[in-house]
Structure formats: C-alpha cells, structure tokens
Write a protein that binds this ligand. Structure first.
Ligand code: URP
Ligand code: ZN
Ligand code: ZN
Length: 463
C-alpha cells in the first residue's frame, strides 16, 4: 500500500504529546506517524511541507445548529455554509441536533435531519437527538437510537413556548435510563419559571438589549445546573451540561464531580472572550443575544480556570447563526431577539489565541479541549480526535506565527457580522484535511459539498 498524502516536517500535536514527525495517509486513514516514512516508499501522490507548523487533529465541534427553525426564522448557516466554515476553522466533525418527531419518534427526526445534511455537508457530522416528549415511546426507542450511532439526548429546561421544554420528571426519567443503556443526557440548564417572571418584569421598559441581561442573571443558570446535577446523582445517570456560561455553574460541576457524580460540562468561546458589556450598545447589542447570554469577566475567568482544571472539559460553539436582518426582527423588544451567533469557524483561533498564546495552557491541552475530549466523551474516539495510525486522516495545519484580524466579509460562515469582528486571532489553519481529502488549502476552502458523512458514535469513554 502506498501513501496518497504525506504531511512532512511538522510538529504533530496530540492531547498527550508534541513531537516532530511526518504523517502518512492512505485513502481516508492515517497509516503512519514517524520521523521517517521511508518504509512506505518515501513518496506520495501529494506531499505537504509543514515545517515550522503545528499539525493538530481535526477538531470536533459537538454543539452546532445549522438551518435550525428557531425564533421565527431559520438559522442562516445551512449544512453547506456551516460545514465550509467549519473546515476553514480546522473543524472536521460537527455534531448537530435532530428534534424528535412527536408522532413518529426520535429516529424519524434523525432521518429527516440526515436528509437535510447529506449532499450538503463538507465535513463529517454526527447528530444528537433532542427529546421534547418524554414518555414510554421515547424510553422504548432510546436503546435502538443508541445502537444506530446516536447515544446523546438533549433536553431543554427552557423553551416552553417552543414546546421543547422538559420538566424535572422527564429529565429524571431519561437520566434513569442512561444509568445502564450507554446514553447520555445533554441539558440546556436555565430556570424557565424564574426567567419568565423576570422577562415579564422588564418587558415594555426602555432597557434595550440589556433586558436580556436583567432577565437572565447568573442564578437562572446556576439553579438549573444544581437541579440537573441532583437528578443525575439521584438516578445514577450520565449528564452533560451544554453551553455553560457561569462561574457558579463551574463550581457546582466541580463539587458534583468530586462527589462522584457522572457530570461533564462544555463552554463556548462567546462565554470566554465576550462580556455582557456588549448588550449596552444600543445599536448592536441585540446581535450578541444567545441563550444563555454572555456573562461577566469574572465568569469568563472562572470558565477558563475550569478548562485548565477539568470541570469544564470541552470547548464547543453552540453555532446558531443569524444575520443582521434576522436579528433586526427584535425591533427594540428584548423578548423578541433571535438567540444565537456564528462560531465554528473561529473556535480554534479563539482558543489558540486566548488559551495557548495567552499562556493559559499549552497546545496539547487545546487539542484535548477541542478534539480529543469531545471525540472521547461523544463516542468518536479513536476514529476522530487524535493523530494515530488507524484514525481518520483529519488534520489541521496551523502556522503558529500567522494571525489575522477577523472580518466577517472574509469568513465562510453565512453571516454579515461577527462577534469577534476586528479581533486579531492566530490559529486559522492553512490546510485542513478531512478523511484524507484536503478541504482547505492556502487558507481557502477547496472541498466539495456532500463529501462529509454521517458518523455513527458509540457510548463514549468517561474522561
Ligand atoms: O442561543 C442559542 N443557544 N441558540 C441555540 C439554541 C440553544 O439553546 O442551544
Ligand atoms: Zn441551548
Ligand atoms: Zn445549542
């Protein structure tokens, strides 16, 4: 067997190590990693010289909502633009969400989502199942869905108006099932009742986008995380807190993990790089609306510390892109803001710049947070998330010294603004390889729509 592609002279970075090596690729797989690949004939159809560059595993963004009908519109990044953007950002696998079909079941929702994705996706993808009606049918279907490669089930403690909310009994019931069935429950933790009462209080007042901050103080998330953790503890189930935004949440998860609770948490760049000061801007503040909303500098610092210490173990993005026209539908009423922002394309650069270059952790730890931990916990490892013989040939090649000033006009995400506009970030890949195919070259997208594949996942490995 000869090599189809060789990445030469780079610094290969894994979660555990960083070393000079060549990476040999045959077809879709890595077949050799070493100082000299002479045994493979020394030649390949294509060679990429990565001298002076970092060769990291293709990253895995486990929290993405492409073309999601939400907030009276549909998120503007579809499976094509969203996965082009992913490739440009060094992300070679995304995990999106499929909402349960209330009549036909969980798998019917997944099949529908696969039909929307296949033919468009430019990198690989998986799906989480969103449970909006917990009951005997969902309980019975869960093991079949897990066996077919979807072991993760999202439940919302909010979004009553959308009909997506799960109450405590549903959450507890689903967690009970995951004690033994290999599934994991992903939870959007905010307290709907308290939040709604605060929204009512501030609605109609001249608070602008700051109303989003007033109606979602930290305790709205912290109380809900505490409650979800309690149900995980009582049930023995497997819990994962999505898009954690508060320092208090990190404290709760840390304490729970110390007691032996099976709970993990992710956070996103918006909670690490931005603060709620953005909502004070009367013209543009509404663009930054997400659920949960971005918090204070002290929360960001606590979340960074959690990423170092381990109670926050994954960086994802919660990409749910809305352009300025969609965002303008709020029309000055903070209760009508579209929740979400673009993110996958800038995830690795944000963490590379503010994590690695800022001296918070080394590049191996970045790989752990953005590639290896997501792949392990979400059942993709060792196929994804590392650089090793037998793994999919998913790579991002980064010039450690190159930076660029973020400009939404230059990004592939389908959005006419960026939360990081004007920031100087490093870590954008020169080259991205997805399953052996070069999909970004010279920093430009060169892949093909429909190349990406649905990847079946397993129960995952505890971290
Ligand atoms: O603002 C957000 N997060 N939009 C997407 C839906 C969700 O809650 O994840
Ligand atoms: Zn959410
Ligand atoms: Zn989300």
């Amino acid at each position: 067997m000869g090599l189809d592609l060789i990445v030469k002279n780079g610094t290969v970075v894994t979660a555990d190590d960083s070393f000079q090596a060549d990476v040999g690729i045959s077809g879709e797989r890595i077949v050799a990693v070493g100082q000299s690949l002479a045994g493979w004939g020394g030649a390949a159809a294509r060679a990429i010289d990565a001298a002076g560059k970092l060769v990291i595993p293709g990253c895995v963004d486990v929290h993405v909502h492409l073309q999601l009908p939400f907030c009276g519109t549909v998120s503007s990044d579809d499976f094509l633009s969203g996965t082009r953007a992913a490739a440009r950002g060094g992300v070679t696998t995304i995990i999106d969400y499929a909402i349960q079909d209330v009549d036909k079941g969980l798998w019917a929702g997944i099949e529908k989502r696969m039909q929307e994705a296949d033919g468009k996706v430019c990198v690989d993808y998986g799906l989480h199942s969103i449970v909006i009606r917990w009951g005997q049918a969902a309980r019975a279907e869960m093991p079949k869905v897990i066996a077919r490669g979807v072991p993760t089930f999202k439940m919302f403690m909010v979004y009553e108006a959308e009909g997506w909310q799960s109450d405590d009994a549903a959450l507890f019931g689903a967690l009970c099932e995951t004690k033994d069935n290999g599934g994991r429950i992903l939870v959007h933790a905010e307290s709907e009742r308290v939040m709604s009462s605060l929204i009512k209080k501030y609605k109609g007042q001249d608070v602008g986008a700051w109303g989003h901050v007033l109606s979602r103080p930290n305790f709205v998330e912290e109380e809900a995380i505490g409650r979800a953790v309690k149900w995980a503890e009582a049930s023995g189930g497997r819990l994962y807190i999505v898009h954690m935004s508060t320092g208090g949440g990190a404290d709760i998860v840390k304490q729970a993990r110390a007691r032996g609770t099976n709970v993990y948490a992710e956070t996103c760049p918006q909670y690490l790089l931005l603060t709620d000061e953005v909502f004070k801007d009367r013209e543009r503040g509404h663009l930054y609306a997400t659920c949960p909303q971005v918090k204070k500098a002290a929360d960001s610092e606590r979340l960074w510390r959690g990423l170092v210490d381990g109670e926050v173990c994954i960086v994802s993005t919660d990409t749910c892109t809305f352009n300025t026209k969609q965002k303008a539908m709020w029309n000055g009423d903070f209760t009508k803001m579209a929740f979400g922002m673009p993110g996958t394309e800038t995830m690795v650069p944000a963490i590379y710049t503010h994590g690695v270059k800022a001296g918070r952790f080394d590049v191996s730890h970045m790989v752990r947070l953005c590639a290896t931990n997501p792949a392990r916990l979400h059942g993709l490892y060792p196929r994804k998330g590392t650089i090793a013989p037998g793994s999919d040939a998913d790579l991002a090649i980064i010039d450690p010294n190159r930076t660029k000033v973020v400009d939404h006009r230059e990004l592939d995400t389908n959005c006419d603004w960026s939360p990081y506009q004007g920031m100087e970030l490093g870590g954008f890949p020169d080259v991205t390889v997805c399953r052996g195919q070069v999909v970004v070259d010279g920093g430009k997208f060169v892949g093909k729509p429909g190349y990406g594949r649905f990847i079946e996942r397993n129960a995952g490995t505890e971290l």
